[in-house]
Write a protein that binds this ligand. Sequence first.
Ligand code: PEP
Length: 250
Amino acid sequence: MRRNLVVGNWKMKINHQSAQELVDGLIAGMPAVDADIAVCPPFLYIPEVSQRLANTSISWGAQNVATHIEGAYTGEIAAVMLKDFNCKYAIVGHSERRANYADTDITVAQRFQQAIDAGIIPVLAIGELLEDREQGRTFDVVAKQLNAVIDFAGIDSFQNAVIAYEPVWAIGTGKTASAEQAQEVHLYIRQLLAEKNQQIAENMQILYGGSVKPQNAEALFAMPDIDGALVGGDSLSADSFLKIYSSFQK
Ligand code: PEP
């Protein structure tokens, strides 16, 4: 049976003070929900956030991970460094990195592999642009992005991975995919995995991301192939993020 999961992506929208307040708010307000929850602060705040969250049921992760294990890669953070701070997750392939930092299917696959090798669960973000959707290419784009990682890292590595379907047109725009639109793609992703390995497909946590809020989380989570959410904007408020998390109960 798959467990549900919400992951907060704080992006570069927080500072030292507000990160502390947010963590304290999450700890103070944690409801008793039988599902997993994690936050992904900017790298710099991971040591402190990890200390505050130790011995709580909230996990933490990173927003990206380097393509290589070590070496002359100025400004990069290796998976093994994240492991030193007990990161459970690392987001790889977020559309903002694909669009603004030239991440390609290959570099995303390398990041995915680095996370796996370090014992970190990659949260592989995939999703189509608005023009892809309008031109009927959603499934093709999602399949290309996913297959690139399967071909590189092997299907077995997906035993320890999470997939986040994030239609780019829904990220930070306030436009959410309808629960039905998201479900259709989640089912497609699960079927793609099933062609390679039935068990991995059944166990895969497939998160939806794109303007998830307390107001739409319940409808999304009611869908059979939506196992949680990757949340940007609404993960910056403890109240909103915990309301989204609590939507699993309903
Ligand atoms: C994201 O950054 O992955 C995301 C889904 O952002 P938002 O929730 O703000 O759309």
